[in-house]
Design a protein around this ligand. Structure first.
Ligand code: G5P
Ligand code: MG
Length: 227
């Protein structure tokens, strides 16, 4: 059986995790899992976890660890035969430890993007809620303003991209991420990419992954869309 590949992409809000992980999923055939999308799906479905999570997201706060692990770990346990890339989890050391007890990661990508760049990007971000496709009115605008390129459905802005929630999210990220970054550095699997433009960072990530992801996976595996 081909060797499986498990990776995590970390970075502050707006650092390009979603944009880059979509490119990785397409290029290398990994299944992309997004913790933010899981949370939003649960909010939309009005699950207990979703109702609770909404009260945190609206204030730009992290959803508590026990809620996140309850949402995500069962999903990962279903994925024992797939290679995947996780976007946005773990966000805390407790989550990193929970993940560690479920699987061995092969690689962690950490995005290091200046604060001013992040603020600018997020205020211009629009989303297609059903698919998670992300647009930016300057960087990658939709073909038709306000409409998703594929479905033609309306685009929306996230509640947590509102200015008050945004500042709180950015401020919080650094403190919480530091011990996770240290942990993955000590395991020798951390790769950090710095810059202000995704298109400039992408070739470095692409060439790193080309050397790390087994050739059979690149050739054979198809990207499985999120349910
Ligand atoms: P999310 O949904 O995971 P965040 O806060 O981590 O949200 P976010 O906002 O989704 O991160 P991103 O994925 O890193 O950002 O970035 P992106 O969406 O790809 O890019 C941002 C914008 O910039 C887009 O419009 C994109 O087109 C544009 N862009 C990209 N590159 C460039 C470029 O080079 N130039 C320009 N000009 N634009 C560019 O989580 C949401 C909430 O859920 C909860 C938290 O409350 C969180 O705040 N949550 C968790 N809570 C606890 N633990 C967890 N593990 C949690 N996961 C989620
Ligand atoms: Mg995202």
């Amino acid at each position: 059986m081909a060797k499986l590949f498990r990776a995590v992409i970390m970075g502050p809000p707006g650092s390009g995790k979603g944009t880059i992980s979509e490119r990785i999923a397409q290029r290398f055939g990994l299944t992309r899992l997004s913790s933010g999308d899981f949370v939003r799906e649960n909010i939309a479905a009005n699950t207990d976890a979703g109702v609770l999570a909404k009260t945190y997201i609206e204030r730009g706060l992290l959803v508590p660890d026990h809620v996140m692990t309850r949402l995500l770990l069962p999903r990962l346990e279903e994925m024992t035969r797939h290679s995947w890339l996780m976007d946005g989890f773990p966000r805390t050391l407790a989550q990193a430890k929970a993940l560690n007890s479920t699987c061995d990661l092969d690689l962690v990508i950490s995005l290091n993007i200046p604060y001013e760049t992040l603020k600018e990007r997020l205020s211009e971000r629009w989303i297609h809620p059903a698919s998670g496709r992300v647009y930016n009115m300057g960087f990658n605008p939709p073909h038709v303003q306000g409409r998703d390129d594929i479905s033609g459905e309306p685009l929306i802005q996230h509640d947590d991209d509102k200015p008050e929630a945004l500042v709180a999210r950015l401020r919080h990220y650094k403190d919480v991420a530091k011990p996770i970054i240290d942990l993955y550095k000590s395991k020798g699997i951390l790769h950090t990419f710095s810059g202000t433009e995704t298109d400039r960072i992408w070739p470095y990530i692409n060439s790193l992954l080309s050397t790390k992801i087994p050739g059979t996976l690149q050739a054979d595996t198809q990207c499985i869309p999120m349910p």
